[in-house]
Design a protein around this ligand. Structure first.
Ligand code: C5P
Length: 277
């Protein structure tokens, strides 16, 4: 089996700057990836099959309703493969799990089937987060997710991800968003000297979906309050939630410590420590 990593996608910022006539929202987001993620394995076979295992496999479909399956069909038509997905990330939780899995499957299968790797924007029809996940490196993401900057360099940073165990439907969060015409990020992003400078700058930016998501799901506010007690460089929600992240100084071990404390205090929460990729 060929094996690929599907890292969690983190929206370090998420500005909602407009709304298209078709209802999709225009975004301006600084996207990064974490060393925490799922794994996808694949080998060529006569027909397509998918099995899902791992600690977060419950409820994840093993048929064509899974984005991994749809991505494989989209890429290869009638080509076959045995696909195995090991789920470590909670589903529908704002960290792009399904999109990252599908992107990892596309990377693996394009090699195994010797099919050209599609361009990022070509994958947008599969989902707004697919393009940025196709080559998972830090980028500015605009449009509805299809406009990507060249890869950016972020300082080495520790990260904790926390999900309170509630699923949030992305369209529901967009529906309760008060206004869609918020400021974009500045045209030119700074070059951050270190993780403290990155976090200081992040504090001047926003996730416009955080307040509406907290209104829908107060558990998200609880997670953010508890994360703030761990004295991170910054704590914020990713995507449309409910997963929140907190950044800590590189090499401090503070992410692991915070994760241990939160896991003990809230055994029902999903907490993982790692680093930004
Ligand atoms: O494309 P994806 O399946 O990730 O989007 C899920 C839903 O989130 C869309 O149907 C839409 O309601 C909302 N969305 C949006 N604007 C975006 C991305 C997603 O309104 N840029």
């Amino acid at each position: 089996m060929s094996k690929g990593f599907a890292p969690a996608k983190i929206n370090l910022t998420l500005h909602v700057t407009g709304r298209r006539p078709d209802g999709y929202h225009l975004l301006d987001s600084l996207v990064a990836f974490a060393s925490i993620g799922d794994t996808v394995s694949a080998r060529v076979a006569d027909k397509l099959s998918l099995s899902v295992s791992g600690p977060m496999a419950a409820g994840v479909p093993e048929d064509s309703s899974n984005l991994v399956w749809r991505a494989a069909e989209w890429l290869g038509g009638l080509r076959g493969a045995v696909l195995e997905l090991e789920k470590h990330l909670p589903a529908a939780s704002g960290i792009g799990g399904g999109s990252s899995d599908a992107a990892a499957a596309i990377r693996l299968l394009s090699e195994l089937w010797t099919v050209d790797l599609p361009s990022a924007s070509e994958t947008a029809s599969l989902g707004a987060d697919l393009p940025v996940c196709l080559d998972p490196r830090p980028r500015r993401m605009q449009g509805v997710g299809e406009r990507l900057s060249d890869p950016l360099v972020l300082p080495p940073t520790e990260i904790v991800l926390v999900n309170p165990g509630v699923q949030v439907e992305t369209p529901a969060v967009f529906r309760v968003l008060d206004r869609a015409d918020n400021d974009a990020m500045p045209d030119d992003l700074p070059a951050w000297a270190d993780e403290t400078a990155l976090a200081e700058w992040l504090h001047t930016q926003r996730n416009d979906l955080q307040v509406p998501a907290c209104n829908l799901r107060p558990e998200i506010g609880e997670v953010l309050t508890e994360l703030d007690l761990m004295a991170p460089l910054i704590a914020r929600m990713s995507g449309s939630g409910a997963t929140c992240f907190a950044l800590f100084p590189d090499g401090s071990g503070a992410a692991e410590t915070a994760c241990d404390k939160l896991s003990r205090a809230h055994p029902e929460w999903w907490c993982r420590a790692g680093r930004l990729l």
